[in-house]
Design a protein around this ligand. Structure first.
Ligand SMILES: [Zn+2]
Length: 243
């Protein structure tokens, strides 16, 4: 399994793209979240693939720094690829994805062959994730778990072959969530300011063995990368899980 952080910053970053991971197994790819400009993020990374190679987006929540690329993903799949854009998510996460996020820019499409009215199903295919179950998404199986955040959000545990990745998504500090993520080989955890994010100081207090298998994402622009006792992910650089 390979992981490529396409973005490592937060919603306000002037230094990095907002947080997004590309995951590869057996030369097949999915994304964890899909901010804008997703094709430029892929192109500037070491992933070496474009959006046509992405089989699905597993979506953690609808904040724009995680979901603002979905309109582009849907239109690119529709026009350039001629196939639906697959989104995998826990149903509460996407309950308002169409009416509250995408419809304003996608519900009308003027073409010569049919009326302009469009719906979610004209562009997207939803794979529903269920808490307590593993669901196949591309070459991976994904488990989800709700986090503590402003709006419905899930963390993921993702398996492929002999390897697994835990991704906290956006969350307040939550020891029970970290214990759940700790079953994976590698944990990508967020850190940021505010009650609905995880303070770096809390993660820095974790046992050394846990910190050693953890990488940081969603860090603020003023985060001291060199002083961090947990390795921050580097935007665009490949991380290998296993050989
Ligand atoms: Zn968020």
């Amino acid at each position: 399994m390979r992981l490529v952080p396409l973005g490592v910053g937060d919603a306000f970053s002037a230094r990095w793209y907002s947080s997004c991971l590309a995951l590869e197994h057996a030369d097949r790819w999915i994304l964890l979240d899909c901010p804008h400009p997703i094709r430029k993020m892929l192109a500037e990374s070491d992933a070496g693939v474009d959006l046509d190679r992405v089989e699905a987006v597993a979506l953690t929540h609808l904040h724009a720094d995680h979901a603002s690329g979905l309109e582009g993903y849907g239109y690119f799949a529709h026009f350039a690829l001629g196939r639906p854009a697959v989104i995998a998510a826990h149903p509460p996460v996407v309950a308002r994805l169409w009416d509250g996020h995408l419809a304003a820019g996608m519900e009308r499409l003027v073409t010569p062959d049919r009326p302009a009215k469009r719906t979610f199903a004209d562009y997207f295919e939803l794979t529903s994730l269920t808490v307590g179950e593993a669901t196949e998404v591309g070459p991976f199986t994904i488990e989800c778990r709700p986090t503590r955040h402003h709006i419905a959000t899930t963390a993921f545990r993702i398996h492929a072959g002999d390897h697994s990745l835990g991704y906290s998504a956006d969350t307040a500090f939550d020891p029970a969530l970290i214990a759940w993520l700790d079953e994976a080989d590698l944990i990508v955890h967020e850190t940021n300011y505010g009650s609905q994010h995880t303070p770096y100081a809390k993660l820095a207090e974790l046992p050394a063995a846990l910190r050693a298998k953890m990488r940081l994402i969603h860090y603020p622009d003023d985060f001291d990368l060199d002083a961090s006792v947990i390795e921050p992910l580097v935007q665009g650089r490949v991380v290998r899980l296993g050989a």
